[in-house]
Design a protein around this ligand. Structure first.
Ligand SMILES: Cc1ncc(C[n+]2csc(CCOP(=O)(O)OP(=O)(O)O)c2C)c(N)n1
Ligand SMILES: [Mg+2]
Length: 422
């Protein structure tokens, strides 16, 4: 029989008859003889096997010749949303270093340093007994919040978990009000009633501060739904950790977000540890950027210790979402230097590991070196910026320490939503 089509190249693309027979058997749960598959080289592939073979070709990224399609079918019948979206996303241009201005580099340095010095001061105040309750510091992860914030707008919404001080400051919240909140003062951003884990700043579109691991993911999804429903152009940036990434509510949110094409950036801050366990011990799949696969949500992993990489990745993600393509996942590979919270025996990692990360991957040191190499700032200028930040934070900490504690009169306010404006 004369073939109008070269079936052998398809079989070769899929690793030859033996591998194809094995893969097809697994894929279709049918026992398929290797000899049969080899015979297709001469006799042609029966229509009955074509759909499965097309799916395998898509999986390995091989070309599917048009005339290989069974009648009435085209490639879209076989491609799932994930492949379609990933293919589309790959066609988007990547942003590069030319998209980062000198001014932006200066801001990255100043903003990251501010977050670091703020958190260091919070750690000291905690040690002095001026802050009580749970408290989780962001030291080490600064590049994520600063890089992401630089790529979004003020009307976009941000929501995160309990490690939230940095995200608030990046949004533009008052550091003084944060310090007051931490110390249970009336001037606190949640009137001193929320503490470290429960800070809100609606004016800056910051929606918490959530102590329940992962709770912010469905809430942030709802915020994105509202934005779409009300025909607004704002997106919802949802941060959560590697420890939250396997939760059921996260997957339910992925499903709805993708189904309704909601404007969401799911930003997973993979600092490699949950409360006392490494991701390698806790997660069956550690490629978190691909967790949206079965929902058709594309994603990519980013060096979360480099604010430039974070910023450039975020620009692309923002464009993707604003173009109406629906959600995207960014997995930030980052690291926290301090314990999970203020009490952490840290038995799950070695001191040497932490030291190595600090010495080799610190985001602030990285950007500092860049500023010097590009002759944007010299050592003296860098030091004067640091001194200015330290003294500003010291002044605010002193003012907050001396401010008035929260009042009993707030005990029953802000409990119901109608009291929101009180
Ligand atoms: C539903 C729920 N389960 C458990 C906890 C206790 N807990 C607090 S933080 C945390 C680990 C979360 O780790 P991850 O998501 O990686 O965030 P990270 O602390 O690293 O920023 C756990 C288990 C909680 N607060 N809520
Ligand atoms: Mg973590």
């Amino acid at each position: 029989m004369k073939q109008d089509f070269d079936f052998s190249s398809i079989i070769d693309d899929l690793g030859g008859g033996r591998l194809l027979a094995k893969n097809l058997s697994q894929f279709t749960n049918t026992v398929l003889n290797e000899k049969t598959v080899y015979s297709w080289k001469q006799q042609g592939i029966p229509d009955k096997w074509k759909p499965s073979i097309i799916k395998l070709l898509i999986k390995v990224g091989a070309n599917i010749p048009n005339n290989f399609m069974p009648p009435g079918m085209n490639i879209n019948n076989f491609q799932d949303n994930f492949s379609k979206n990933t293919e589309l996303l790959n066609k988007y241009d990547n942003f590069d270093d030319s998209d980062v201005s000198k001014k932006q580099l200066q801001l990255f340095y100043e903003k990251m340093l501010y977050l670091r010095r703020f958190e260091e001061r919070v750690g000291q105040l905690y040690g002095l007994g001026l802050i009580g309750g749970f408290c989780h510091l962001y030291i080490g992860q600064e590049a994520v919040s600063v890089g992401m914030e630089a790529a979004i707008n003020k009307d976009d919404s941000v929501i995160t978990g309990y490690r939230c001080h940095a995200h608030l400051i990046s949004r533009g919240a008052s550091p003084y009000k944060l310090l007051c909140e931490l110390m249970g003062k009336g001037d606190g951003i949640s009137k001193g009633k929320g503490g470290s884990m429960h800070m809100f700043d609606p004016k800056n579109n910051f929606w918490g501060g959530h102590g329940i691991v992962g709770a912010q993911v469905p809430i942030g999804t709802g915020i994105a739904f509202a934005s779409k429903y009300l025909d607004k152009s704002s997106l919802s940036l949802i941060y959560f950790g590697d420890g939250a990434a396997n939760q059921g509510q996260v997957y339910e949110s992925y499903n709805m977000a993708s189904l309704w094409r909601l404007p969401i950036i799911f930003c997973i801050e993979n600092n490699q540890y949950g409360m006392g366990t490494s991701i390698k011990r806790a997660s069956a799949g550690t490629d978190l950027s691909k967790h949206g696969e079965s929902f058709g949500i594309p994603g990519y992993a980013v060096n979360g210790m480099n604010p430039i990489s974070v910023y450039l990745a975020a620009l692309k993600a923002v464009k993707w979402v604003r173009d109406g393509n629906g959600p995207i996942i960014l997995e930030m590979k980052t690291y926290r230097y301090r314990g999970h919270s203020m009490s952490d025996p840290a038995k799950y990692r070695t001191r040497e590991e932490v030291q190595k990360m600090r010495e080799e991957q610190d985001p602030i040191e990285f950007i500092k070196k860049k500023l010097i190499d590009l002759e944007i700032y010299n050592e003296d200028k860098l030091k004067s910026i640091d001194d200015k930040i330290r003294s500003e934070i010291s002044g605010l900490a002193e003012k907050a320490t001396n401010s008035i504690s929260t009042s009993e009169k707030y005990l029953y306010t802000d409990v119901l939503s109608e009291n929101y404006d009180e």
